[in-house]
Design a binder for this molecule. Structure first.
Ligand code: T4K
Length: 386
C-alpha cells in the first residue's frame, strides 16, 4: 500500500458515539424501570424532544426507517401505483412492493438529483394514489410544486427524509411537508438510535392510527382493530438516541467546517460538481457530501477515482449505484426503461459519496481531496507527490 495511505480505513461515515458514561446513566434509568419496550419513558421523552427539534406537530418513533415507511404507506391506504425516484436506497421502492404497490420510476433533476417535479404529471394514471419523494443526500425535493400536483390530482405525498434530519426550508422543518415524512435513525445517520426511524405528520388523527399499526393493531387487551406490524422502538434504542441528541449540535458544527474544506478544495476542479441545494434551504442536514465526476472534463471516471481512493484506504461509496430501476425485481417495469430515465442513468455513473463525520480532521479532508485531484491530468501533483 502507498506510504501516504491512511493507516486505518476512512469510511464514508462513522456513527456519532456519546460518552459511554452518559449512555450508562440513561441505561440505568431503563434498568431501574424494568421497562424495555412498548412505549416506555425513554420513548416518550425522545418523541417529545424530537417534536421540538424537528419543529413538527407529531412524531411517531419506529424500530427502523424501512418499517416506518411501510407503515406510512399502510396508514394512508396507498394502493395501485406510486410515483417515485430510481436514484435512492433500495428501501424506498421496496416499501411500495411490500404494500402491493407498483413503483413507477420518474427521472431526476440533474442538479438536485431528486425526483424531477416537471415530469411527475405525465406519469399519473387512474391507478396512481401517491408520490413518494426522497430528499436525496439531505437536499430537499421541490416540495411546493409536488404538493400542487398532488392537490390537483387528489394524491397523497410521502417523503423519504432518511438523509434530511434537521433540514429546514425557510425555517420550516422538513418533516412538515407532504402527508407524512420518514426519517431514518440508522447508525450511519447523523442522528441515530443504532437502528431506528420516525414518521412526522400534521394530521393528529394519524397518530392514533400509526400507534395501532406499529403495535400489531392492538387497541386494548380485548380488541385488535387492524392488521398491524411490530414497528416499535425499544427503550435501549431510545436511550441511545437521547444520549446522541446531547452531542448533535457539536457534530453539526464539525461537519459544517469539513464541508467548507471540501468545497474550498474541490470547487475549482474542472469536471467536479456538487449537488445543488435550493436557495430556500435555511438549514442543511450535513448528512452526506456527494460529488459528481464528469469523465470527459475531469479526465478520469468516477469508478477509477473510487478505486484509487480505496488504494489509499479511503472507502468512498458510489451511492446510489445501481439505480433501483435496474434491480432484477424492477427492471421489467415499463417505467424502468433507460430511455425514460436519461438523467438518472447519467448521474448514477458520476456520483461519489466522500467521507463525512465529525472525527475526521481538516487535514484528512485535504488529503482525500489531494488524492482525488491527482486523478485529473489538468491539475499539478499534490503535496508529497502521491
Ligand atoms: N431510504 C433511504 C433513502 C435510505 O438511505 C435508507 C437507509 C432507508 C430509506 C432505510 O432506512 P433504515 O431502515 O436503514 O433506517 C447504509 C445504511 O444501512 C442504510 O440505513 C442507509 N439508508 C444507507 C444509505 O447506508 P450501506 O449498505 O451503505 O451500509 P454499510 O454497512 O455499508 O455502512 C456504510 C459505512 O458506514 C461502512 O462502510 C462503515 C460505516 N459504519 C456502518 C455501520 C453499520 C460504521 O462505521 N459503523 C456501523 O455500525 O447502507
Amino acid at each position: 500500500m502507498n506510504k501516504l495511505a491512511f493507516t486505518n480505513p476512512i469510511y464514508v461515515t462513522r456513527p456519532l458515539l456519546p460518552d459511554l458514561k452518559d449512555l450508562m446513566a440513561r441505561l440505568q434509568e431503563v434498568w431501574d424501570s424494568q421497562w424495555l419496550t412498548n412505549f416506555g419513558a425513554q420513548h416518550k421523552l425522545l418523541e417529545q424532544r424530537l417534536t421540538k427539534l424537528l419543529k413538527v406537530q407529531n412524531v411517531s418513533l419506529f424500530n427502523n426507517g424501512t418499517i416506518a415507511l411501510i407503515t406510512a404507506c399502510q396508514s394512508l391506504r396507498l394502493s395501485g401505483e406510486v410515483i417515485t425516484t430510481p436514484f435512492t436506497f433500495a428501501a424506498t421502492p421496496h416499501v411500495l412492493t411490500w404494500n402491493g404497490i407498483k413503483p413507477i420510476f420518474c427521472d431526476i433533476n440533474p442538479e438536485t438529483m431528486n425526483i424531477d417535479e416537471t415530469k411527475i404529471e405525465s406519469m399519473i394514471t387512474p391507478e396512481t394514489t401517491g408520490i413518494l419523494g426522497v430528499h436525496v443526500f439531505g437536499v430537499p425535493c421541490n416540495v411546493k410544486v409536488i404538493q400542487d400536483i398532488a392537490d390537483r390530482y387528489g394524491l397523497k405525498v410521502i417523503y423519504d427524509a432518511a438523509h434530511a434530519f434537521q433540514c429546514e426550508i425557510n425555517d420550516i422543518g422538513i418533516g412538515n411537508f407532504g402527508d407524512i415524512t420518514m426519517f431514518s435513525f440508522h447508525a450511519t445517520k447523523l442522528f441515530h438510535t443504532g437502528e431506528g426511524g420516525a414518521l412526522t405528520f400534521k394530521d393528529h388523527n394519524l397518530k392514533q392510527r400509526l400507534d395501532l399499526l406499529k403495535n400489531f393493531g392492538i387497541k386494548n387487551e380485548e380488541e385488535v382493530v387492524m392488521p398491524g406490524i411490530n414497528g416499535k422502538m425499544n427503550e435501549i434504542q431510545a436511550a441511545l438516541g437521547l444520549a446522541v441528541l446531547d452531542i448533535l449540535n457539536e457534530e453539526h458544527i464539525k461537519r459544517e467546517r469539513l464541508l467548507e474544506v471540501y468545497r474550498e478544495q474541490l470547487s475549482d476542479v474542472d469536471g467536479i460538481t456538487f449537488q445543488k441545494e435550493l436557495k430556500s434551504v435555511t438549514q442543511s442536514s450535513n448528512q452526506y457530501f456527494v460529488i459528481r465526476i464528469n469523465e470527459n472534463r475531469f479526465g478520469t471516471s468516477r469508478n477509477t477515482v473510487h478505486d484509487r481512493l480505496k488504494k489509499y484506504n479511503v472507502i468512498a461509496r458510489k451511492y446510489f449505484y445501481p439505480l433501483c430501476s435496474d434491480y432484477t425485481c424492477y427492471r421489467h417495469l415499463p417505467s424502468s426503461k433507460k430511455e425514460n430515465l436519461p438523467v438518472a442513468n447519467m448521474v448514477v455513473n458520476e456520483t461519489l459519496a466522500l467521507p463525512l463525520y465529525g472525527r475526521l480532521t481538516e487535514d484528512d479532508v485535504i488529503k482525500i481531496c489531494d488524492i482525488i485531484k491527482q486523478e485529473s491530468p489538468s491539475i499539478p501533483a499534490p503535496h508529497g507527490g502521491l
